[in-house]
Design a binder for this molecule. Structure first.
Ligand code: SAH
Length: 273
């Protein structure tokens, strides 16, 4: 048995400062029921167990699970499931554990190699938002991803991921976490983000069209939007729509706000149906 295991993107957090920042950002109360993804050796879990009502943890590594059971198994507010967060159907395992059934917050230092799929598992996607969204999610992620999640329109880091996630959740950049806060230090910088899933104020008339527009619109970031979208809409028609939305016809995908993406996709529904 050799640790940490690269295959599971294991980097143990060892900085009390970073742990404090995560816990503070989660605004924990003793009413909270938490989901933790990848508890690892349990350094964050330990704190969560004292601050929240319950912690449901999902860890893929069997050997670590044995250690976690030794460490926390006697606490009745802790439940550990061994498995892959992406494929595990949590509800199948929780019938007999009612107090762990509906966690309201997610707090985790997640494995970076599956950040995108984890976000989709937690939030759903444009076409199928999670019907039971969490109140709040505090995640430690790669800094570059954190910047994309929290970027506003017009910024260089605002991309398809920003639109997809911000359509479903309010995203806040909490703080940087340097690589020396981990053992072994990851090759990339990290950051803490806080996501608050929200009910969508102006839902897209056709989520399918919104997803398609975002996908095509950002396909080639250096090109103007009207060129990226020319396979689905005539350039002149798009120019008209952009003028209506008060967007410069020469705009690139990153210049449109999430609301403007929704309006644009609503116009596309009428033109292409
Ligand atoms: N939270 C710990 C460990 C973070 S490292 C700490 O801060 O120290 C990421 C953790 O996620 C590891 O424990 C790894 O084994 C676990 N992991 C990796 N892939 C996973 C998956 N698909 N499902 C659940 N856990 C996973």
């Amino acid at each position: 048995m050799s640790y940490p295991r690269k295959q599971f993107a294991q980097h143990w957090l060892r900085s009390p400062t970073a742990l404090n920042q995560i816990v503070k950002a989660a605004q924990l109360s003793t009413d909270d029921h938490l989901l933790e993804i990848g508890p690892g050796t349990g350094i964050l879990t330990e704190r969560l167990l004292t601050l929240a009502q319950t912690v449901l943890a999902v860890e893929i590594d069997r050997d670590l699970c044995k250690k976690l059971v030794q460490k926390f198994g006697k606490r009745d507010n802790f439940l550990l499931l061994q498995g892959d967060i992406l494929t595990l159907r949590l509800e199948d395992y929780l019938q007999d554990f009612s107090q762990f059934q509906n966690p309201n917050k997610v707090v985790a230092n997640i494995p970076y190699n599956i950040t995108g799929p984890i976000l989709e598992k937690l939030l759903g996607n444009i076409a199928q938002p999670n019907p039971q969204p969490y109140d709040l999610m505090v995640l430690l992620v790669q800094k570059e991803v954190a910047q994309r999640l929290c970027a506003g329109p017009g910024s260089r880091t605002f991309g398809a991921l920003s639109v997809r996630v911000q359509y479903l959740a309010k995203c806040e950049f909490i703080c940087d976490v340097p690589s020396k806060a981990f053992y072994p230090p990851p090759k990339v910088d990290s950051a803490v983000v806080r996501l608050r899933p929200r009910s969508i104020e102006h839902p897209a008339e056709s989520p399918k069209h919104l997803e398609m527009a975002v996908k095509l619109g950002f396909a080639s970031k250096r090109k103007m939007l009207r060129n990226n979208l020319q396979s689905v809409i005539d350039r002149d028609q798009l120019t008209q729509i952009l003028e209506q939305l008060k967007v410069n016809p020469q705009a690139r995908a990153e210049d449109l706000s999430v609301e403007q993406w929704v309006s644009l996709s609503n116009q596309l529904v009428h033109l292409t149906s």
